[in-house]
Design a binder for this molecule. Structure first.
Ligand SMILES: Cc1cc2nc3c(=O)[nH]c(=O)nc-3n(C[C@H](O)[C@H](O)[C@H](O)COP(=O)(O)OP(=O)(O)OC[C@H]3O[C@@H](n4cnc5c(N)ncnc54)[C@H](O)[C@@H]3O)c2cc1C
Length: 412
């Protein structure tokens, strides 16, 4: 890697880093902007291991970043895909209340969705549900026709191509291991980013490091009060002969105490139907398999006070998730609540993803996107689902912050 001086370096070549890079370069074409990605390929972590859903914006508290970025982000995303010939499908989604207890929460979701400007929402009784998803069963359901499916790796690669066409540079296989402030102290001159291939100078930094965002913030001496705790989501795939049981996307009514949506059925843009993901704490940040353990990272988790506070609050749910992770029977039992015909024999092995979940020192699981700004750096500390749907809106927000904090020249 050449020892070049950049105006902005973005750490992390996932969908958020690449969206920010593309939009920053469009806003400030003369600025020298680079993306550093530690893996040999772009988008191999959360961006390459998600459910591939274009969320419509139903779930999120009005006024939150998620509410603001999701519905608008989905519009920007589909417009980008239309312009760049990237396939997506609006297959629609049903959220199913399987017991009377859940109906009140389902109605609250409908109200939230309306407040967030989601188009076409419809509350459905069992007969209408049968028309939309013939094999699903519930006492009431919410139909969201705008929800879609997409391949987010393709989207992120298109962001990368646009960024490079505008003169941006991407370095893969370039893990940032240390950051030094060359002028010394917090408010010193430029930044020196050390990678195994050599150092690189930057005036400003945007941290989009996903599962390692807290570590990168610490490299800059940022006191963030949060730590990323990795939660693995495991999927099964419906066998080809059983895929007719699901037309689009079938979700449960989520537990409002958690930022996860509950195990659901997702028709993938490339054909197969996936069932999952659950949410089990991983013993390694990039631990995609049960046997993946990193002693140092696990130690870091258990010595973080927020971990114990979180565990005290949610130990029952945590144990339930672990039980479901080890027992296909329990997984199937939960899936049967939505589609009673599903049997163990219908499910083949599937993949997994690891969510970068920021947890505060008081044990709270951060629900909203968290993007903080220092004078020479912006840190994306929490970008869970619907982060991929919202990637263009989040990227735009980052560029707006950069304009104020770094003095990005309009058209400069
Ligand atoms: C199981 C699961 C299901 C999901 N489903 C959906 C969904 O259906 N719809 C939706 O909208 N969202 C979904 N999401 C959320 C979505 O995938 C994320 O919000 C989004 O991918 C976050 O993108 P990112 O760029 O922040 O992170 P990532 O894609 O994880 O990218 C971060 C990058 O930073 C790199 N990096 C880390 N440290 C360094 C370093 N020191 N130096 C250089 N590079 C570094 C990593 O290698 C990685 O490539 C899901 C997430 C998961 C895990």
């Amino acid at each position: 890697m050449e020892a070049k001086q950049y105006d902005v370096v973005i750490i992390g070549g996932g969908i958020i880093g690449l969206s920010a890079a593309m939009q920053l370069k469009a806003q400030a074409p003369r600025w020298r902007v680079a993306v550093l990605e530690k893996e040999a390929e772009l988008s191999t972590h959360q961006t390459g291991h998600n459910s591939g859903v274009i969320h419509s914006g139903i779930y999120y508290r009005p006024g939150s970043h998620k509410a603001n970025f999701c519905a608008g982000g989905a519009r920007l995303l589909t417009q980008f895909c239309d312009e760049n010939e990237i396939e997506y499908q609006r297959c629609g989604k049903t959220i199913v209340a399987t017991t009377q207890d859940e109906v009140g929460r389902l109605q609250d979701l409908y109200q939230r969705g309306v407040a967030n400007g989601v188009q076409g929402l419809e509350m459905m009784g069992p007969e209408r549900l049968e028309e939309v998803e013939p094999h699903a069963a519930g006492v009431q359901a919410l139909w969201s026709p705008q929800t879609g499916i997409i391949d987010y790796v393709k989207v992120s690669h298109a962001y990368a191509v646009r960024f490079q066409q505008a003169g941006g540079e991407i370095f893969t296989g370039a893990p940032v291991q240390r950051i030094n402030r060359s002028g010394g102290g917090r408010s010193g001159g430029g930044l020196e980013l050390e990678t195994p291939g050599g150092a690189l100078q930057a005036k400003h930094l945007i941290n989009c490091a996903g599962l390692y965002a807290d570590r990168v913030a610490q490299m800059l001496g940022e006191r963030t009060d949060v730590q990323i705790i990795p939660f693995r989501g495991e999927y099964y795939t419906l066998k080809p002969e059983s895929q007719h049981l699901v037309k689009g996307l079938i979700y449960p009514v989520p537990d409002p105490r958690f930022p996860f949506l509950g195990v659901h059925y997702t028709r993938h843009i490339h054909g197969p139907v996936e069932a999952g993901p659950n949410a089990v704490m991983a013993l390694k940040r990039e631990g995609y398999r049960k046997r993946d353990v990193d002693i140092g990272e696990s130690w870091e988790t258990v010595t973080f006070p927020g971990f114990w506070r979180m565990s005290r609050k949610h130990w029952k749910t945590g144990l339930g998730e672990m039980h479901r992770s080890y027992s296909k029977k329990v997984f199937v039992h939960d899936l049967q609540k939505l589609v009673p015909e599903i049997q163990e024999k219908d499910l083949g092995p599937g993949g997994s993803g690891v969510r970068a979940q920021a947890v505060a020192r008081n044990g709270a699981l951060l629900d909203d996107f968290s993007i903080i700004q220092g004078h020479d750096a912006i840190h994306v500390l929490n970008a869970p689902s619907p982060g991929a749907t919202s990637s263009l809106a989040i990227g735009q927000h980052i560029v707006n912050l950069a304009t104020q904090a770094f003095g990005v020249p309009a058209g400069g």
